[in-house]
Structure formats: structure tokens, C-alpha cells
Design a protein around this ligand. Structure first.
Ligand code: AMP
Length: 278
């Protein structure tokens, strides 16, 4: 695996392999099996696998979150090497953002709800970094986890707005044995909050079992009160949304595909998860 810190050196190696099917996995590092599942899928489907590791400052609305975001570059490189990655792109902030000009996106209603409503500017930052990385790597396929369900919708919208020709591959959520969705931020949970966190997926599964028995609104109240019954957890939102538009549904018949998306505050750490309800 070659490690590239500059765009020029990465592009030089990509140019040597012109014509190859390039699979790209953008990450912020502190890698776990969720990230590696994306890499493995790319490895199966593409000739060359490129992974980027860049903690993107523009998608953090909370500067303390950025400061404390876990960083484990040596361990990440070892995991990626073992997973058969060809190129690891490790750029500096200056390499990604050489000027202070900020690209501003209009994602319509998709980024006005849920994560977008509670983390100002977050998805604009995601759009900035992913569009820049796509521009640099020019992948055939790019791999994203359904753990960040709304992010995938934003990426689709961004590719449409910018007319980027890339296949977006959506990969299932990888969970710990107790059901907690793997996340780099899990390492920052206190022992008590880590012990409480599996309640989130348990509540999502209970919600799934109530589809059809309860209305979407009643089901949301049920899930929220189940999570909130644990004093260590506080629901920020839980919504049953159309999987494409991300707007809330009022009935199960209203949409072909409905996702239940949740964000929970566990001490200082914000956790997100989701489940397919229909
Ligand atoms: P991040 O490093 O958090 O920006 O995540 C990089 C990519 O890994 C994103 O596409 C995430 O959705 C994906 N990812 C993170 N956690 C998981 C997980 N538990 N299962 C599947 N994909 C994940």
C-alpha cells in the first residue's frame, strides 16, 4: 500500500493505472470493522482501492468535537494494508482547502432535517470535502455506510447538482455484538454510557416490531420514550422518514420505503443509528 500526502503524488500513481476501475472509500480515520466492510466491498468490486483519511474541519459545527475526534493513523494504516488497499490518501487541511473560498450547496429539503437541522453547516462541509475528494481521485465507484443514512442522500444530491459520474455503493451498518452501531466516536464513551448505548438499537428493533400496529407518530413516541427511560441517554430526534426525500411520513402507506433515523446524546457523545421500517 502506498501512502500519499499530496494530491500530485496520488494522481501520479493513479495516472499510471489509467483505465482501471477505481473504488474509493472516504473516511475520517479511527477505523473499525464498519470502515473495513466498505474497503472489502471495494476490494471485491474494483481493480484499485483508494482510501482517504481526512478529519474534515468544515463538517464539524462543534469545535470541541473536532478537537477530541479520535485519531489513530498508524493503526489505521496497518488495518488498511491488511485489507488489501492500494493507496492511502492522507492529505493536510491545506492540501484539501488551499484557499478559504467555501463552496455552498443547495441540497433542497434533504439537509434541512434531522442531522442537518441539529448540526448547522454539517452537510455543506460533507459536500465540500466529498466533492473535492471525488475531483482528486475520480473514482468509478465510491462506498458509503448506511450508518450515515442522511449523508448518502446528500451525496446523491451533490453528484446530481455537480453532474459527477460516479456509482455510489451503499453498504449495510456493521454492529458490535450487543447491537451498537460501530462508530469512531464509541471509543470516546464513558464505560457507563457504552453500557447504556445498546438500548438505542434495541429501541429501533422494538419500533420495527410495532410498524402497522402503531402510526408513525405513535411509534416515534414509543421509541423515544424507550431510549429516554435510560437516564444516561437523551434522544435528540427520532423520525420515520421517506428513505429518498427524508421527509417525515404520517402513514405507512405514504411511502414505498421508510427509514427510522435516530440521534442520541450519550454524555458528551452524539450517536446516530437507523433502521429500515418499510
Ligand atoms: P467516517 O470515518 O465516520 O466519516 O465514516 C466513513 C465511512 O464509513 C462512511 O461512509 C460511514 O457511513 C461508514 N461507516 C461508519 N461506521 C459504519 C458502520 N458501523 N457500518 C458501516 N459503515 C460505517
Amino acid at each position: 500500500m502506498k501512502i500519499h500526502e499530496s494530491i500530485a503524488s496520488l494522481q501520479r500513481e493513479l495516472k499510471e493505472k489509467a483505465g482501471a476501475k477505481v473504488g474509493f472509500v472516504p473516511t475520517m480515520g479511527a477505523l473499525h470493522s464498519g470502515h473495513i466492510s466498505l474497503v472489502s466491498r471495494a476490494r471485491e468490486e474494483c481493480d484499485i482501492v483508494v482510501v482517504s483519511l481526512f478529519v474534515n474541519p468544515t463538517q464539524f459545527n462543534d469545535k470541541s468535537d473536532l478537537k477530541h475526534y479520535p485519531r489513530t493513523p498508524a493503526a489505521d494504516a496497518a488495518l488498511l494494508e491488511a485489507a488489501g488497499v492500494d493507496m492511502l490518501f492522507l492529505p493536510s487541511v491545506e492540501e484539501i482547502y488551499p484557499t478559504t473560498d467555501e463552496r455552498v450547496f443547495d441540497f433542497g429539503e434533504i439537509d434541512k432535517v434531522m442531522e442537518g437541522a441539529t448540526r448547522a453547516g454539517h452537510f455543506n462541509g460533507v459536500g465540500q470535502v466529498v466533492s473535492r475528494l471525488f475531483d482528486i481521485v475520480r473514482p468509478t465507484k465510491a462506498y458509503f455506510g448506511e450508518k450515515d443514512f442522511q449523508q448518502i442522500a446528500v451525496i446523491h444530491a451533490m453528484c446530481k447538482v455537480l453532474e459527477i459520474d460516479v456509482e455510489i455503493v451503499e453498504c449495510p451498518i456493521i454492529r458490535d455484538q450487543d447491537g451498537l452501531a460501530l462508530s469512531s466516536r464509541n471509543a470516546l464513551l464513558t464505560t457507563e454510557h457504552r453500557a447504556a448505548a445498546p438500548e438505542i438499537y434495541a429501541a429501533l428493533k422494538r419500533g420495527l416490531s410495532l410498524v402497522g400496529t402503531l402510526s408513525p407518530k405513535e411509534l416515534c413516541c414509543e421509541v423515544i420514550s424507550k431510549v429516554d427511560s435510560n437516564p444516561l441517554l437523551k434522544v435528540i430526534y427520532f423520525q420515520a422518514v421517506d428513505a429518498r426525500t427524508l421527509q417525515q411520513v404520517n402513514s405507512w402507506a405514504e411511502s414505498e420505503s421508510i427509514q427510522g433515523c435516530i440521534a442520541v446524546q450519550a454524555g458528551n457523545i452524539r450517536l446516530i443509528d437507523n433502521i429500515k421500517l418499510k
